[in-house]
Design a protein around this ligand. Structure first.
Ligand code: ARG
Length: 573
């Protein structure tokens, strides 16, 4: 563990236990970066109140008991503990980090983490909202894997339900070949709207569509074949989007709603049998305590409609039972739009009532905020139709190509860099804002080469690579030792040491934007270092080696961090 903040937290806890008793060994030391020292611990202020002792006295007792190997401590103000690391300690830790394959990322006892993400609907379009659930979910999957967890990706495709009656009839009407070609090309949205229009205006089509639904649910071979084709070709489009984005989702990760169909009757039966579900107005419902609607009426989670049909909630209950019982999940993350918050709260509550979820199996809704257009409304094209994702991604690539047009690359190389920069820009824009807030989709801002953007970080790595290229040095061959003679070297090294803790926090809190902020700060710390500390031209050979080591470590941390964000990095830019 190299993270200074965590190291110091551990030491303050030890000192608290030594000074006041073992029960204080788990007290939060309240450590923050500080202007007056490297860090400040504020625990004495809160503890003083509880112990009815002057905070300064408490702080002094901690300072006296503190293991000060590599750190100096000073009590200040009303009882702050100012903690300053020695240069030698930082340098030594940074050299270890350089020699560590995991770069200081802790390898933890593995948990089984099921991550439900992307989950577009085959019966509708894949919209920008799904882009965001895909990108955020993929980063969480990569991050848990890096920490040693066993990650099970679940793409909960909307591939089942009554709309398929009308979609299959429409497919028959326009001819299989043409229909399937359009679906594979990403025309699913228009296809859906045409079917919907016929359904609303043509009574005989409506009639046929309705008759098709029981055929599908009853497993009629001809109907199932058409449904399969429909899904198969739609999946081609989804896969095309995933490939463009460089997302780790594969066909084996698809666990769509249809997969749970055979389990739904049993799920209802189990819930009814356990007394968790009851019949209300002909429907089978769960009434989780604490959920009320208008007039304080208890709010039902309907799991079997009065006509015997199952819905979204039934499928999600089957899915959560499957994830706990069969996949043996310790933690389940649902990376889904914030608008579905109530649905998940109720599903989780019902699953707890059924005994499927308990304290050591956590389910969490990672709420995804909306993507807005420049008008502040839901993101749409100029014509008002929703945006086709492949076209949006293509546009990102061609705009990125314009940004690097004057760099003199030959066309194939330029195209490749543009793809990496374009996708990196889109992904970073998504990941760098907290996942539950809205953000405005703005090509100019996300493609900017300065500021907290993907291209800026890609450029930062390319710049470090060019140092090594200019010196004909392989960054992998650099080993240090690291010397910290200049304030900018010290600040850079300290920033580098925080990498492992940030990766852990991203996984624990499901907050990828923390990694973005960290990498951005790191790139800036490197810039300040590079501006004041010549690397290849350092006058002293040991200083030169140390600066090369700091540069190599920065490069590796940036590359690993960007990889966790799923962002590819061009060698040159
Ligand atoms: N297909 C759904 C949608 O587009 C998202 C599914 C999310 N996952 C789940 N287990 N409900 O809104």
């Amino acid at each position: 563990m190299t993270d200074p903040q965590l190291v110091l937290a551990g030491r303050v806890q030890q000192a608290l236990a030594a000074a006041f008793g073992a029960e204080y060994a788990t007290e939060d030391p309240l450590i923050r970066p500080s202007q007056f020292a490297d860090y400040q611990a504020n625990v004495a202020l809160s503890l003083g109140k509880r112990l009815r002792r002057a905070p300064r006295e408490v702080a002094q007792a901690v300072a006296d008991a503190l293991d000060t190997d590599g750190v100096s401590v000073e009590v200040s103000g009303p009882g702050f503990l100012n903690l300053t690391l020695s240069d030698a300690w930082i340098a030594d830790q940074a050299a270890r980090q350089l020699g560590d394959d995991h770069l200081g990322v802790p390898q933890r006892a593995p948990h089984t983490v099921v991550i439900d993400y992307s989950a577009p609907n085959a019966a509708k379009e894949m919209h920008v909202g799904h882009l965001r659930t895909t990108i955020v979910g993929d980063t969480l999957a990569r991050t848990h894997e890096r920490l040693g967890d066993r990650v099970i990706r679940q793409n909960h495709l909307g591939d089942w339900g009554t709309p398929f009656g009308m979609l299959i009839e429409h497919l028959i009407d326009i001819g299989e070949e043409e229909a399937l070609g359009r679906l594979a090309a990403g025309d699913g949205n228009a296809f859906y709207q045409e079917a919907r229009h016929k359904f609303d205006t043509d009574p005989s089509f409506e009639e046929r569509s309705r008759r098709r639904v029981p055929l599908l649910q009853g497993g009629d071979p001809g109907t199932l074949r058409l449904w399969h084709e429909f899904i198969e070709y739609t999946k081609r489009y989804f896969n095309h989007v995933y490939t463009m984005l460089g997302v780790t989702l594969a066909d084996d990760d698809i666990a769509g709603e249809s997969m749970y169909n055979p389990m739904l009757a049993d799920v209802c039966e189990e819930l009814e049998h356990a007394g968790v579900a009851e019949i209300s107005e002909g429907a089978l419902c769960v009434f989780p305590p604490g959920f009320t609607g208008r007039d304080d009426e208890p709010l039902p989670l309907i799991i079997r409609k009065s006509d015997g049909g199952y819905g979204y909630a039934t499928t999600d209950l089957a899915a959560i039972r499957y994830r706990v019982r069969d996949l043996k999940a310790d933690r389940i993350l649902y990376v889904v739009g914030a608008t579905q918050s109530l649905h998940f709260q109720m599903v989780f509550a019902a699953a707890r009532m059924a005994g499927w979820l308990h304290d050591d199996t956590r389910a969490e809704h990672v709420q995804i905020g909306s993507v807005l257009g420049s008008d502040g409304k839901m993101f749409k094209t100029r014509s008002g139709a929703s945006v086709k994702l492949t076209e949006l991604l293509e546009e990102a690539v061609s705009r990125a190509e314009a940004v690097i047009a004057d760099r003199g690359y030959d066309p194939a190389v330029r195209r490749q860099i543009a793809r990496q920069v374009g996708m990196g820009a889109v992904k970073y824009a998504d990941l760098s804002v907290s996942h539950d807030s809205e953000y405005v989709f703005d090509f100019d801002r996300m493609l900017a080469l300065t500021g907290n953007t993907g291209p800026y970080l890609q450029y930062a790595t390319a710049r470090i690579r060019s140092i090594f290229r200019n010196g004909s040095i392989d960054p992998a061959s650099v080993t240090g030792p690291i010397l910290l003679g200049h304030a900018a070297e010290r600040a850079l090294a300290l920033q580098l040491l925080g990498f492992g803790a940030v990766v852990g926090a991203v996984a624990d809190l499901s907050e990828p934007h923390r990694l973005c902020n960290y990498l951005f700060d790191l790139a800036q710390a490197f810039t300040s270092f590079y501006e004041s500390c010549p690397v290849l031209k350092a006058d002293d050979e040991s200083v030169r080696q140390s600066r090369l080591a700091l540069s190599a470590l920065t490069l590796r941390v940036l590359l690993q961090g960007l990889d966790l964000l799923g962002i590819e990095v061009p060698e040159r830019m």
